[in-house]
Design a protein around this ligand. Structure first.
Ligand code: CP
Ligand code: NVA
Length: 308
């Protein structure tokens, strides 16, 4: 039987996603009350990073500590994935010593390859296709702010990137409509959108792609954005700055959304580009709740994948 994995938001069905979110809320409460929950005592997480990170590394490492386990950081220069050793041999070796693997990679095929060969669960901690752990935490944040998913409209403004693509799946799974408002040429993957639309048919979520941010934002319950140039796209930054002008969460765009619209950004942010600093500090902004919920959501995910 294939090991449990979380490479995509859709690797958990709606029921399991809601169960993980319920556990995340419980672990958050317990942690704030000082109630210990060593559910992964004696277990070790290997954390493979091909790219930099603040939130992902800290949340996974702190999460394992709080669960009574241990995490090992394997940075780009430590294992030189695909260079010093093959993905297959790395997966097989780590599986002999660790209980769980998370990996932040460039190509999605790398994390898929780890999952193919590992004999322990593998978690995608960001690839060029998806950032499912981010969206799991964001779903927790949306639930905290709105108390539901069904009937909500989330609008992602900016690049149709990994974060946007995971949001599309998250909405489709849980009945929250998602519009990705992006410049032409920066659409989310058409196959992924079609797949999410098919899932959304069963939950009532409408998945749309728009090239008009102001029209898309009308009536939004959630406004989400992310950097215009992702890690690995630094050489395109200047060109993207031109292409993405107007695809920004600022006072004008928030005025088009519902007055109580929740503002989300996965961070790190480029203030003055995809988000206005002042808007990011309003009471509607939940950007640091999102960051904190990485900890709780991923703890719940690890417990779920380990069956602990
Ligand atoms: N949002 C997020 O994944 O942040 P890091 O890149 O700092 O891990
Ligand atoms: N889309 C961004 C997300 C960073 C957390 C990137 O891939 O760099």
């Amino acid at each position: 039987m294939a090991e449990a994995r979380y490479l995509s938001v859709k690797d958990l069905d709606a029921a399991d996603t809601l169960a993980v979110l319920g556990l995340a809320a419980r672990l958050k409460r317990e942690q704030k009350q000082g109630v210990p929950h060593p559910r992964l005592a004696g277990r070790t997480l290997a954390m493979i990073f091909q790219k930099p990170s603040l939130r992902t590394r800290v949340s996974f490492e702190v999460g394992m500590t709080q669960l009574g386990g241990h995490a090992i950081y394997l940075g780009p220069s430590d294992i030189k994935l695909g260079e010093r050793e093959t993905v297959e041999d790395i997966a097989l070796t780590i599986s002999r010593m660790c209980d769980l693997i998370m990996a932040r990679v460039f190509g999605h095929d790398i994390v898929a390859g780890l999952a193919q060969h590992a004999t322990v669960p593998v978690i995608n901690a960001l690839s060029d296709r998806e950032h499912p752990c981010q969206i799991l935490a964001d779903l927790q944040t949306i639930m905290e702010r709105k108390g539901r998913f069904e009937g909500l409209k989330a609008v992602f403004v900016g690049d149709g990137n990994n974060v946007a693509q995971s949001l599309v799946y998250g909405g489709a799974l849980l009945g929250m409509s998602v519009t990705v408002a992006c410049p032409e040429g920066y659409d989310p993957d058409a196959g992924l959108v079609a797949d999410a639309r098919a899932i959304g048919k069963g939950t009532g979520a409408v998945i749309e792609v728009s090239h008009d941010p102001r029209a898309a934002a009308r009536g939004a319950d959630v406004l989400y954005t992310d950097v215009w140039a992702s890690m690995g796209q630094e050489s395109e930054a200047a060109q993207r700055k031109n292409a993405f002008a107007g695809f920004q969460i600022d006072a004008g765009l928030t005025a088009a959304a519902k007055p109580d619209a929740t503002i989300l950004h996965c961070l790190p942010a480029h203030y003055g580009e995809e988000i206005d600093y002042a808007v990011s500090r309003t009471p509607n902004s939940a950007i640091f709740d999102q960051a904190e919920n990485r900890l709780h959501a991923q703890k719940a995910l690890m417990v779920h994948l380990m069956g602990a």
